[in-house]
Design a protein around this ligand. Structure first.
Ligand code: NAD
Length: 490
């Protein structure tokens, strides 16, 4: 492996994200030799902690996530803690001194990654202080990693962007969309561009529709306060769902570089037909879960969850029909749906091909199935191709068969976590799987028009789906209008 000396400063180092994702991912990189001895981490958070206490929390978090932890002591010794108030200049001076000392001690060549793993309202302040108090004044690289949500709408995203751009250039900003770190999301490009049998068919002549589903079993849990101001459209559609659509719809880039790929994705988002005003109810439907049963347990409805308004108008489910107005996709609907408290935890993409021109195997009682390409993103990872073939000992009858490829377990180890890959990309300076500002802005301007309508009309039918189901009836009707239906995801 190449050596990537780095000092990483994690703001929000006692938080949930740091413990569940960042520390275990860093440990895996360390174990694989992708992180050498030339690294140090400064954890920053409000709570007063000693280095020893902080290192203990690192060990605990790694042990909870990973069974094997042979080099845990050595790993944890690279972690340091600074109790910090993000608005206090004096505190940044201490942080700067600490960073410079560690830089020298571990030979980090002045390379710095600032990872903001805390509430977004602090992002602007932190960026400003990092610059004003000299922490970004380094001879190596400086990079800013920033978590979702990137703003609440286009206006606030612009404001946030303006603040972080005072200290970092666009090239230095790594906006996390952890879906882009998922193995099978990254695989969309490979499946499309490395096979002769898909790309020639990847257009409106051969594809009838595309369905992207991302369903969760979990409810809103203790995140009610955040979710009430967000809802599924902002939380899932603006970022993850539109990113998957962009990867599915983009033109082949002229080469696999960050700029080329991002620029093709941006073109898709520019071609996305904007849905406004009266059209919103034609193209988008929303849902909110009521009480229901999951795995034999009764669960409360959204409005009964902690920190949620008893008359909440917030959507916990969205389904929509997207149209991409370009030569390749004119007339092909991209259906998306996502929600909480659904029947299954599953992220899947289903590409439905058009029917063949003439069916020689027509039987009224059993119509021929269309070909489907299913990309399983999570929890299982793989590809299934649905074909029709003749099975042994049956006469000339075409029967549906499936060609299956499961990614997991193939190589004898689990595929790396998104965060492991994204952290490594950031250390190597590869921003391909992070969201560019142009993508963020275009996505917000698309979803803002829908939010605007939804926020100004009370949905009287909420709650409109029971926990543990595949969402409200209106989501099925959205496809029925076009003569389609959601393919089962299990
Ligand atoms: P959290 O509430 O668990 O942790 C917040 C951290 O920020 C703590 O370490 C806290 O000490 C620190 N902090 C808060 N106020 C501070 C201040 N004034 N000065 C210094 N430190 C302060 O939050 P989290 O769940 O870890 O999420 C962090 C960020 O990541 C958020 O932007 C969230 O939206 C995003 N995110 C989290 C997850 C997740 O799985 N937890 C997933 C996606 C995105």
């Amino acid at each position: 492996h190449e050596n990537h000396p780095t000092l990483m400063m994690i703001f929000g180092a006692t938080g949930d994200l740091a413990k569940r994702k960042l520390f275990p991912s860093l440990y895996k990189l360390f174990e694989k030799g992708k992180l050498t001895d030339q690294f140090a981490v400064i954890g920053v958070a409000r709570r007063p902690l000693t280095n020893e206490e902080f290192q203990q929390s690192i060990k605990d978090s790694v042990k909870t996530a990973i069974e094997k932890e042979d080099r845990i002591e050595e790993f944890a010794s690279h972690f340091y803690y600074h109790s910090h108030d993000v608005t206090d200049s004096a505190s940044y001076a201490v942080l700067k001194k600490m960073a410079n000392d560690l830089d020298e001690q571990y030979h980090l060549h002045g390379n710095r990654i600032f990872y903001l793993a805390m509430a977004p309202e602090f992002f602007g302040t932190i960026a400003l202080h990092l610059k004003e108090d000299g922490l970004t004044d380094v001879k190596g690289y400086k990079r800013l990693v920033i978590e979702k949500p990137f703003g609440h709408d286009l206006e606030s995203a612009k404001e946030l962007n303006k603040q972080i751009r005072t200290a970092f250039s666009e090239k230095e900003i790594y906006r996390i969309d952890h879906y882009l770190g998922k193995e099978m999301v990254q695989n969309i490009e490979v499946i499309r561009f490395a096979n002769a049998i898909f790309e020639p068919l990847w257009n409106n002549r051969y594809i009838s529709n595309i369905q992207v589903t991302s369903s969760e079993i979990l409810g809103v849990e203790e995140r009610g306060r955040y979710y009430e101001n967000s809802g599924a459209l902002r939380d899932m559609v603006q970022n993850h769902m539109l990113q998957m659509v962009a990867l599915l719809a983009m033109e082949p880039p002229i080469r696999l570089t960050t700029e080329e790929i991002r620029s093709e994705k941006v073109k898709v988002l520019r071609a996305l037909r904007s849905i406004d005003g009266e059209d919103v109810k034609e193209f988008f439907v929303r849902g909110q879960y009521g009480a229901g049963t999951i795995d034999g347990h009764d669960v409360p409805g959204y409005r009964e969850e902690p920190m949620v308004d008893a008359h909440s108008n917030t959507e916990t489910f969205v389904a929509g029909k997207l149209l991409i107005d370009n030569f390749r996709w004119a007339g092909v609907p991209f259906y998306i749906r996502t929600g909480k408290r659904m029947e299954a935890k599953s992220t899947k993409i289903i590409i439905q091909f058009k029917d063949i021109p003439m069916n020689l195997y027509y039987r009224p009682e059993e119509p021929l199935n269309p070909n489907l390409l299913v990309i399983h993103i999570q929890p299982e990872e793989g590809i299934t191709l649905h074909l029709n073939a003749k099975k042994a000992r049956q006469n000339e009858v075409a029967t549906p068969i499936k060609l299956n490829y499961a990614n997991k377990g193939m190589n004898g180890y689990n595929t790396p976590e998104s965060y492991e890959k994204l952290l490594y990309d950031c250390m190597r300076g590869d921003a391909t799987n992070f969201t560019h500002w142009d993508e963020v802005a275009l996505s917000w301007s698309f979803t803002d028009k829908i939010s605007h309508v939804w926020e100004n009309t009370v949905e009287e039918h909420f709650p409109n789906y029971a926990a543990g189901t595949m969402g409200p009836k209106c989501a099925d009707e959205l496809l029925e209008k076009d003569g389609f239906f959601w393919w089962p995801i299990s």
